[in-house]
Design a protein around this ligand. Structure first.
Ligand SMILES: Cc1cc2nc3c(=O)[nH]c(=O)nc-3n(C[C@H](O)[C@H](O)[C@H](O)COP(=O)(O)O)c2cc1C
Length: 247
C-alpha cells in the first residue's frame, strides 16, 4: 500500500483540537491544495471563507446545531457554492446570460465539495485533523445575514481544522461498510431486507435490527436538525430564481 492510500484509509474526523494556531504556511498549503482540485470547466464555482473572527465562529457553532467544538477550532473554512461571480461577470461583460438554474447550483456544490475534500487530505498530510460540518446548510436566512451571502451563493460545506488532541489521535476510526455492500456492477440493484439488515448491523453485533434502525431514525433521520436542513435548503431554493430569464 502506498503512502497516499494508507493516509486515505487511516483518516478520521477530529473534533477536539490543541490550543495551538495553524501556522501561516500550513494554512496557505491547505487553501492552495483546495483550489487545485478538479473543477467543472475550470470555473472554480466556489468561494472559500476563511473564518478568523472569533465572534463569527461562536455564532456558527450555534447555528450549526449547537456544536461548541466549532468555536474552538483554530481554522474554520466555509466552502460556498458560488454561481454569483460568473453570473455577475457575464452580466457586466454584456454577455446576456440566462438566469442561473438548478444545474448550475448542483455543479457549484460539486465543485465546492471536491475542493473541501482536497483541503481535508492536505490538512491530514500536514499532521492536522479536520471535521466536516454538514449543519452549515441549516438556518439559511441566518447564515446569509452572518456571511453576507448574495442570491446565488449557498454554503455547501464547512470544515474545522487543527492539531488533534492525544485522545482524538487514539480514537478508533468508525468501520465502513464492507465493499460488497457498497460497490455494484453496471446497474443499480435495490437491496432487500436480508442485505440491508446485514449491512447496517455489521458494526453492531448482537443488536436487534429493527430496534437499532428505529433508534437511528429517532436520533438522526427524523431529528430536528435533519428537518431543519431540509427547511433551510428549500427556503434557499424557493428564492433562487430558476429559469431562462428569471421571469
Ligand atoms: C457531509 C458531512 C457532514 C458532516 N457533518 C458533521 C457535523 O455536523 N458534526 C460532526 O461532528 N461530524 C460531522 N461529519 C463527520 C462524520 O460524522 C464522520 O465523517 C463519520 O462519522 C465517519 O467518521 P470518520 O470521519 O471519523 O471516519 C460530517 C461528515 C460529512 C461528510
Amino acid at each position: 500500500m502506498n503512502e497516499v492510500i494508507r493516509a486515505l484509509r487511516a483518516r478520521k474526523s477530529v473534533r477536539e483540537f490543541e490550543e495551538r494556531a495553524v501556522e501561516a504556511e500550513k494554512r496557505e498549503a491547505i487553501l492552495v491544495s483546495a483550489t487545485e482540485a478538479p473543477t467543472a470547466g475550470n470555473q472554480q464555482l466556489y468561494t472559500i471563507l476563511d473564518v478568523t473572527d472569533e465572534a463569527k465562529k461562536a455564532r456558527l457553532a450555534e447555528l450549526c446545531d449547537h456544536q461548541p467544538f466549532i468555536a474552538k477550532a483554530p481554522m474554520v473554512l466555509i466552502f460556498l457554492a458560488d454561481v454569483q461571480k460568473w453570473y455577475d461577470a457575464l452580466v457586466l461583460a454584456g454577455a446576456e446570460p440566462r438566469r442561473p438554474g438548478a444545474g448550475d447550483l448542483l455543479l457549484a456544490v460539486s465543485d465546492a465539495l471536491i475542493a473541501a475534500q482536497n483541503a481535508v487530505v492536505a490538512a491530514e498530510s500536514l499532521g492536522l485533523g479536520s471535521c466536516y460540518i454538514g449543519d452549515v446548510t441549516e438556518e439559511y436566512e441566518a447564515m446569509r445575514d452572518l456571511l453576507d451571502l448574495p442570491e446565488y451563493v449557498f454554503p455547501a460545506a464547512m470544515l474545522v481544522i487543527g492539531y488533534p488532541t492525544p485522545s482524538q489521535i487514539a480514537r478508533k476510526k468508525p468501520v465502513r461498510e464492507r465493499m460488497c455492500h457498497i460497490v455494484q456492477e453496471n446497474a443499480y440493484r435495490r437491496r432487500g431486507e436480508e442485505e440491508l439488515s446485514e449491512m447496517f448491523l455489521q458494526n453492531h453485533p448482537g443488536k436487534d435490527w429493527g430496534e437499532h434502525l428505529r433508534a437511528f431514525c429517532r436520533r438522526k433521520y427524523n431529528a430536528d436538525f435533519a428537518r431543519e436542513m431540509t427547511r433551510s435548503v428549500e427556503c434557499y431554493f424557493s428564492h433562487f430564481r430558476f429559469g431562462e430569464d428569471g421571469k
